[in-house]
Ligand binder design. Structure first.
Ligand code: GLU
Length: 415
C-alpha cells in the first residue's frame, strides 16, 4: 500500500497498542492511513476589496463505524500533519464513547483576530464551498473546534443548504439553538470533563473544597470547565489565556473573572490576583491541572516540573508522547483527551439525533444522557485497564482500536 499519507504521530501512539493486541501490517495501515485528505485553497474578498487566498484542510480518517465526525479549527498554525492526528483522535474518541461515527477534522490556516466578522463569514462560506461535495449527515459531519463557534456553524450550514437547495440541519452540529442546535452543546465538552473529574476525585478521595485546580486556556472549553468546577465548590486557583494568566492560592471567583474578561478583554489586572504565565501555570503546585488550550503544551522539557497529581486533558493532545511517558514514570495520573473531552462530540451526536428525528430534548434530558454516555465509557475503560494491566491512555486506545477493527473486519476490509 502507498504510505505517503501515513499519519506519523498516530504511528508512534499506535505502536504500543500494536504490541499488546499483536496487530499485523494490514491492521496498522487501516489505523494510521486516513481514508480521505482534502487540501485546498480558496479566495476571499476582504473588506478593503483585496482578495486573499486561504488554505484549508479536511481529513476524514476512518468511517468503518459510521459517517466521519469532527470539528473545524481556525488557527494560524493549522497544518496537514496536525489535522491528520486530530482526525485520528476523533476516530478513537467516537469509538470510546460508543457513538456510531468515524473520525474527521478540518482547519483553516488563519488568525481570526485579524479579520472582521464579515470577512470571517466569507471565509467560513468559502471553506464549505470547497468541501460541500464531501460532507453530509450520512457522510461527514463538521462541528466547532478551536476558535470556531455556533455563529460560524450557522454560516457554514446556511452555505451548505444554499448549495444543496434543501434543509439539512444534521450535516453540521454545534449550531445555534434557533437553527436546530442542541441544548447544552455550548458547554457540553466542559461538563463532560467535569463529570469525569468528579468520578476521579471520588476514587482518589479528594473533596472538591480541598481540591485545587489550574486551568490553561480560557476559550469555550477552559472558561466553562473553570466556571462549572468553581460552581461545584472546587478551588480554581489559576486560569490563563493566550495573552496572560492570573493566580490566587485561595481560589478565584470564576464568575467575576468571566465578567472581568468580558469587560476588559483580558484576564490580567483581576482583583486580588497575581499574574502568572502559561508556562508557570503548568508547573503550579495544584491537585488538578486542566490543559484546555492547544496541543503540545506539556513536553519532554517541562514534564519534569509538573507538580499536579492529576491531569485532565481537555484540549486535544496537550501532552506529547515523550512527556506522557515521563509523567507516567513520575506517577502523575493522566485522564486522556479521548475520554476527558468527549462530552462535546457526545452532545453533537445528540444534536444529530434530534435533527434526524425532528424532536428536541430539554437541557435536563441532554445532561442526563451525557452523564450516562460518559459513565459507560469510563466503566469500559476500567475493565480494559484491569484486563490488559495498562495505563489509561493505552487502555483507551486498546478499547477504541478493537471496536474499529471489528467494524472493518465485518465489512470485509480485514481478514
Ligand atoms: N471539536 C470537538 C472535539 O474535538 C467536537 C467535535 C464534534 O462535536 O464533532 O471533540
Amino acid at each position: 500500500m502507498e504510505k505517503d499519507n501515513v499519519c506519523i504521530n498516530c504511528y508512534n501512539q499506535i505502536d504500543k497498542v500494536a504490541k499488546v493486541l499483536k496487530l499485523g501490517q494490514a491492521e496498522l495501515d487501516i489505523l494510521t492511513i486516513p481514508k480521505r485528505i482534502l487540501t485546498f485553497s480558496f479566495p476571499v474578498k476582504l473588506d478593503s476589496g483585496d482578495i486573499r487566498y486561504f488554505t484549508g484542510y479536511r481529513v476524514q480518517f476512518n468511517d468503518a463505524r459510521g459517517p466521519t465526525k469532527g470539528g473545524i479549527r481556525f488557527h494560524p498554525e493549522v497544518n496537514l500533519e496536525e489535522i491528520k492526528t486530530l482526525a485520528f483522535l476523533m476516530t478513537l474518541k467516537c469509538a470510546v464513547a460508543n457513538l456510531p461515527y468515524g473520525g474527521a477534522k478540518g482547519g483553516i490556516m488563519i488568525e481570526p483576530k485579524q479579520f472582521s466578522e464579515e470577512e470571517l463569514e466569507r471565509v467560513s462560506r468559502g471553506y464549505i464551498r470547497e468541501i460541500n461535495g464531501f460532507i453530509g449527515h450520512d457522510v461527514d459531519i463538521p462541528a466547532p473546534d478551536v476558535n470556531t463557534d455556533s455563529k460560524i456553524m450557522a454560516w457554514m450550514l446556511d452555505e451548505y443548504e444554499k448549495l444543496k437547495g434543501r434543509h439539512s440541519p444534521a450535516t453540521i452540529t454545534g449550531k445555534p439553538i434557533a437553527l436546530g442546535g442542541s441544548k447544552a452543546r455550548d458547554f457540553s465538552t466542559s461538563i463532560g470533563g467535569a463529570y469525569v473529574l468528579q468520578e476521579l476525585t471520588e476514587t482518589f478521595d479528594m473533596k472538591p473544597k480541598k481540591t485545587s485546580v489550574a486551568v490553561q486556556g480560557f476559550g469555550n472549553v477552559g472558561m466553562n470547565i473553570a466556571r462549572i468546577l468553581h460552581e461545584w465548590g472546587y478551588k480554581v486557583i489559576a486560569v490563563s489565556d493566550s495573552k496572560s494568566g492570573i493566580y490566587n492560592k485561595n481560589g478565584l471567583n470564576i464568575k467575576d473573572v468571566i465578567s472581568h474578561k468580558q469587560k476588559t478583554g483580558q484576564l490580567s489586572k483581576f482583583k486580588n490576583s497575581g499574574e502568572i504565565s502559561n508556562e508557570e501555570l503548568l508547573e503550579l503546585k495544584t491537585e488538578v491541572l486542566v490543559p484546555a488550550a492547544l496541543e503540545d503544551q506539556i513536553t519532554k522539557k517541562n514534564a519534569g516540573s509538573v507538580k499536579a497529581k492529576l491531569i485532565l486533558e481537555m484540549a486535544n493532545r496537550p501532552i506529547t508522547p515523550e512527556a506522557d511517558d515521563a509523567l507516567l514514570e513520575k506517577g502523575v495520573f493522566v485522564m486522556p483527551d479521548i475520554l476527558a473531552n468527549a462530552g462535546g462530540v457526545v452532545v453533537s451526536y445528540f444534536e444529530w439525533v434530534q435533527n434526524s428525528q425532528n424532536f428536541y430534548w430539554s437541557e435536563k434530558e441532554v445532561l442526563e444522557k451525557l452523564k450516562t454516555y460518559m459513565a459507560n465509557a469510563a466503566k469500559e475503560l476500567s475493565k480494559v485497564c484491569t484486563d490488559f494491566k495498562c495505563d489509561m491512555r493505552a487502555s483507551l486506545y486498546i478499547n477504541a482500536v478493537k471496536k474499529i477493527l471489528e467494524a472493518e473486519r465485518l465489512r470485509g476490509n480485514l481478514r
